[in-house]
Design a protein around this ligand. Structure first.
Ligand code: PNS
Length: 163
């Protein structure tokens, strides 16, 4: 079976991520969305919450699974016999960071391949941090994150702001 992992922080999942997940699900037999547990970085959502939000946003795509992982991505992949990393590229500015990460993963395990999908032009400006910033200052996040999670993002940001 042709399985790909789509790794990231997903704090929270955006429509740019969802676009890549949908397109990857048409290319791979199965896509595993891997949510990184980063103990050094406190996010807006806890890891289990992020997993739940992604599951909700991808519930209609049958060949997508969502899991969290900690430590090295290549180890998570080896345990599951996955050989392909799927990444989205939004702009040239993403390239350097992604290039370094792809080479490091290759160095850590030469069996792993990273493949890049170009993010749809309409989402090329979008990131989880920009969504959080817009929501923090009361801007509209409709169309930026999946409809199913808009309310969760707004409520969590309001809670953070003490409203
Ligand atoms: O959402 P992000 O920040 O672009 O995701 C980055 C992620 C999770 C893909 C990357 O940080 C990662 O794979 N971390 C796991 C640790 C690891 O394997 N590091 C080696 C590659 S540099």
């Amino acid at each position: 079976m042709n399985i790909g992992v789509y790794p990231g922080s997903f704090d929270p999942i955006t429509n740019g991520h969802l676009d890549i997940i949908k397109r990857a699900s048409n290319t791979f037999d199965e896509v595993i969305v891997g949510v990184l547990v980063n103990p050094d970085k406190k996010g807006l959502f806890e890891i289990d919450e992020r997993v739940e939000l992604i599951k909700r946003a991808t519930k209609d795509i049958p060949n997508v699974k969502v899991e969290s992982f900690s430590g090295l991505l290549v180890n998570f992949m080896k345990e599951r016999n996955i050989k392909v990393i799927i990444k989205g590229l939004r702009a040239v500015s993403d390239f350097e960071y992604e290039f370094k990460m792809a080479l490091m993963n290759k160095r850590l395990n030469p069996d792993m391949e990273t493949i890049f999908m170009m993010t749809a032009a309409e989402y090329s400006f979008l990131s989880s941090s920009s969504v959080k910033q817009v929501a923090m200052f009361g801007g509209c996040i409709e169309g930026l994150v999946p409809d199913e999670i808009i309310q969760d993002v707004i409520e969590r940001i309001d809670k953070k702001r003490g409203i």
